[in-house]
Design a protein around this ligand. Sequence first.
Ligand code: TRP
Length: 332
Amino acid sequence: MSRSPAGRQPADFAMALQPAVARDQIVDEVFARDVIAGLTARPKRLPPKYFYDETGSRLFEEITRTPEYYPTRTELGILQTRASEIARLFPPGAALIEFGSGSSRKVRLLLDAGRVCAYVPVDISAQGPKQEAARLKRDYPRLAVFPVVADFTHSFRLPRPLARLPRAGVIPGTTIGNFEPAQAIAFLRHAARMLGSASVFVVGVDLVKDAAVLNAAYNDAAGITAKFNLNLLYRINRELGADFDPASFSHQAFFDPERSRVEMHLVSRVRQRVNVCGRVIEFRAAETIHTENSYKYTVESFAALARNAGFEPIETWTDPAGYFAVQALRSG
Ligand code: TRP
């Protein structure tokens, strides 16, 4: 591990000082450290942000097209009918900051409303936003696009030219639900600071619903969700030289109504040992690695959470079945 003199600087800071090769090495070291920390914890876990390498991002796009995975198409439907109403809440000439952009399908609907003059997609994956930015520049010639590669749960620096523009934020999809509720509050507070006072933040919120619908959404019949979850093990093998046998793990996802969340796990089918970065990790038969939670809220429970973070809910849009909500919040 390369350490700064103070020994406690975050990796982002060290990275800014390094040439590209050393930078890749730091990224790998951080990945290795996170993986070892997760696999030596009890119960075992892995950070979900590592799902999204190139294969993982492609598989997630495929999940969004399965018949069972309703969140993406439901939210798109809401945005298609309500985009101009939502965009009217943005100050004219605003910079729109998107936390965790993937494909720009959703945000394009907001950009089409024509209020925004700059767009800042913030994403942890390096390829996504840069390629998408080129396409956006072609399709929206008057829009300034400033992609930022960063872990948006930490502070990141906004591109200089934005300093004087009014700001608005958007976090579509299930992203807010992937935080623990306490972390979601911390994230909203941090977003409020980045957006400035009295700004509008548009948040996608997946709603509590029938357990059968939720369980199906995370266990599609074609098995794409299973592939997506298991890709994490392939990635660890590929990038960190581990020797996971992914065929001896299976995907598990279920809704826990008490905690109001879908839990995703990788279950070891057998008792086994795996070598990861010079460590031997032991698995009992049926032991799981917890890979992600997806919290489901009601409109009211999410409004309460937002108030806790200093936001005031100003408007909510849902689909007729009440599967998904888009909530507009204003920061204090
Ligand atoms: N953010 C997505 C969600 O919570 C991620 C996701 C969908 C996911 N299906 C998954 C994560 C299966 C792990 C396993 O809906």
